[in-house]
Ligand binder design. Sequence first.
Ligand SMILES: Nc1ncnc2c1ncn2[C@@H]1O[C@H](COP(=O)(O)OP(=O)(O)OP(=O)(O)O)[C@@H](O)[C@H]1O
Ligand SMILES: [Mg+2]
Ligand SMILES: [Zn+2]
Length: 500
Amino acid sequence: MIRVLSAALVGVTGVPVEVEVRLSSQLPAVDVVGLPEAAVRESVSRIRGAIAAAGFAFPDRRVTINLAPAELRKSGAGLDLPIAIGVLAASGIVPPERLEGRGLLGELALDGRLRATRGSLAAVLAMVEARAGEAIVARGCAARAAHARAIDVRAADDLRAVIAHLRGDVPLDVAHERASGATPGAHETSPCLSDIRGQQHAKRALEVAAAGGHGLLLAGPPGTGKTLLARRLPGLLPALRDRERLETFCVLDAAGSLAPDEPIPDAPPFRAPHHSASAAGLLGGGSPIRPGEVSLAHNGVLFLDELPEFDRRCLESLREVLEQGVVRIARASQRCELPARFQLVAAANPCPCGYYGTPDRDCRCDDASLARYRRRLSGPLVDRIDLAVPVGEVPWSQLSAPPAGPTSREVRARVAEARARQHARGVASNAAIPDACLDALVDAEPDALDLLGRAVERLSLSARSARRVMRVARTLADLGDCVRTPRAAMAEALQMRAGW
Ligand SMILES: Nc1ncnc2c1ncn2[C@@H]1O[C@H](COP(=O)(O)OP(=O)(O)OP(=O)(O)O)[C@@H](O)[C@H]1O
Ligand SMILES: [Mg+2]
Ligand SMILES: [Zn+2]
């Protein structure tokens, strides 16, 4: 029996698959175990066509193909190549010992050409775990797959080239990862913070959000710059670290949203889905399961503009995702976890008409609709967003003044220093400090804790809210280069959650 290593994509994760091929001297037929019915028929006809196009005969015997693990629901056509090679090895065209330590992946066209498959990076990472030393993939996804280290990735154009490589005739090219830096980073393309007039308080909150990875809600009347502010966050954030870049790239690849030669990103992703997005588009789903916006924002920013306009059930699910950092999808046929650790930035009007609490303007909303509107966000979400700041109207004198205040470049430098302090403490960001070590890492001065205690009583803050205030205070202390968290930081942190 012949065994060929391959891998299948489940959500955004690769799972090793072993293709077993056996020939027996019964009437010619092909049995495939471990693939859905319809996929088998299509796959077998592609493989027959490709083998003929490469100039070889499909065996004139009974071919039994087993894809293990059988219970794993495999989707995608990436198993064509390993099946075809397994068949050719079973009929003596490819030496079976040359399959040792190699993994194969690719969809075949009827004429034998190899097509790129989505999720090839995750699949090759799974081959690394299965101890393969070489992966053979379609040229169209080879540069992406080459980001899996500790394995030689070889790029093939068609089945004939793979056969020649495995027979030791003509070796396939080794693929190289495409270095980042080839495309401009977010800080070069995103507009500057100093374009926004006034809004010093909101800009400060944006800096704190960037420095500590905190969620941020911008609340205010129409046309005050909420969307402008949120869109400047990518220009303030530090570059991704190595492991994060690979994770993020895997998600983009599994979503099928990468161009063949797209470089691995340096900058964190920034996703801004429209409020009409479906639950599947936002959270992931479909068949086969594809990542949604929350996963595409993994290690980056999810910006939900006009937050109250989003579907209520989506907002409910979002709460769970925020808490757990993953989306769990369970179906009869398939279950998987999609990564979704992102920084949430949201914008909202304070009420349906937009002017609640605005000086010199009358809110036209009645009490009932105002209460309904506020409740939509308060319970489920706002309690889990660290920063909520008001974005008020800017007076004409400021709007007509020349750009002022810190530039994105200046803020980015301060953010990078504050993040370095957090990394030195062993956390990715202050927003991610686990509850268990919160007191120790925040290390608040006694009078800071006094202040927090009094605020908790006076404002009847939940325990969760109090912990969020502590995390933000730690970020303010890091921005101010304080070893312990001082009272002033705690006071400012308390103020920065009062916007909703
Ligand atoms: N603080 C500001 N500085 C400079 N321009 C501003 C400012 N606020 C608003 N603008 C101008 O007004 C336009 C609308 O701003 P923006 O879309 O950010 O408002 P918004 O608060 O998101 O409003 P809405 O609640 O309607 O979505 C901007 O394109 C910009 O031209
Ligand atoms: Mg807006
Ligand atoms: Zn109103």
